[in-house]
Design a binder for this molecule. Structure first.
Ligand code: I3S
Length: 128
């Protein structure tokens, strides 16, 4: 992530702007609402904040309170099938709590990196 400082020494996190929408919440289908989110992967947590309008102070990144946090432990990811979205490079993330998200970017190598990072996180924390 952009310039993490002494307060968070070489913390193992990944950040970037991704397009995100929920499709299911607590097992119930919800209406899509694609938004561009500043996304932070920290430990087993995936945090989403609005990418617009944030200041740029905290750790040199965009400071704003996470709008939505997902615990990846016990979750699963796969490439979304065509019927889930007409967009390209869409990751489908399912959490143990019954939330399903679609995560997308036009940049395929960027999305591939996220796919790998999320897969690694899920397998690393599989037994917690
Ligand atoms: O799966 P859907 O319902 O075709 O998803 C599209 C809609 O959510 C649409 O919004 P409204 O129907 O609320 O106007 C979005 O604008 C589209 O982006 C959604 O489809 P994609 O294929 O982009 O995920």
């Amino acid at each position: 992530c952009p310039s993490s400082n002494q307060m968070m020494p070489s913390s193992n996190q990944k950040c970037g702007v991704l397009n995100v929408t929920k499709i299911t919440e607590h097992g119930k289908k919800v209406r899509k609402n694609w938004t561009s989110s500043w996304t932070v992967l920290r430990g087993s947590l995936l945090l989403f904040t609005k990418s617009q309008g944030g200041g740029t102070s905290w750790f040199g990144g965009i400071q704003s309170k996470p709008e939505f946090t997902v615990d990846l432990r016990g979750g699963s990811i796969e490439w979304a099938s065509k019927d889930k979205s007409s967009k390209k490079h869409v990751i489908e993330l399912k959490t143990r709590q019954g939330t399903e998200l679609l995560i997308q970017s036009e940049n395929d190598s960027f999305v591939n990196d996220w796919y790998r990072a999320l897969t690694d996180t899920i397998s690393t924390h599989a037994w917690e």
